[in-house]
Design a protein around this ligand. Structure first.
Ligand code: SF4
Length: 124
């Protein structure tokens, strides 16, 4: 695993496979039309079948499983994503979402949630 940094963020990130980012209370994953097609194809499902099994009634958010877990989270000592090659953009961008830069509470929540985040020392 490589350590990632993005301009403006006060931390760096190296995934520890906790799965915590896929089980944030109140969190949700929105999928675009293109992502919905790609995930359905990856699962060898029609779009209608995919939507009925894995999307909320609004048709754009993934269903949640037990305990706020994403329906595709494969939990365990080394958690993983069941659709990793076609996971949504929002998941790929973790923990460097633009809205984090303007929302202190969200930034604190993200930093508490993810064991792969480490504050960057000034001057490093
Ligand atoms: S789609 Fe995969 S990466 Fe995204 S929240 Fe669900 S399990 Fe996590």
């Amino acid at each position: 695993m490589t350590v990632a940094r993005e301009p403006g963020f006060p931390y760096e990130f190296e995934c520890k496979r906790s799965g915590n980012c896929c089980a944030i209370p109140g969190g949700f994953v929105r999928v675009t039309d293109a992502e919905r097609c790609a995930i359905a194809a990856h699962l060898n499902l029609s779009e209608i079948a995919f939507a009925s099994r894995y999307l909320q009634p609004d048709g754009v958010h993934l269903k949640e499983g037990f305990g706020n877990r994403c329906t595709f989270l494969q939990d365990g000592a080394h958690a993983g994503c069941g659709i990793y090659p076609v996971r949504p953009h929002k998941c790929r961008e973790w923990p460097f979402w633009p809205e984090i830069l303007t929302d202190d509470r969200l930034q604190q929540l993200v930093q508490r949630t993810c064991p792969g985040i480490r504050a960057i020392d000034e001057g490093s």
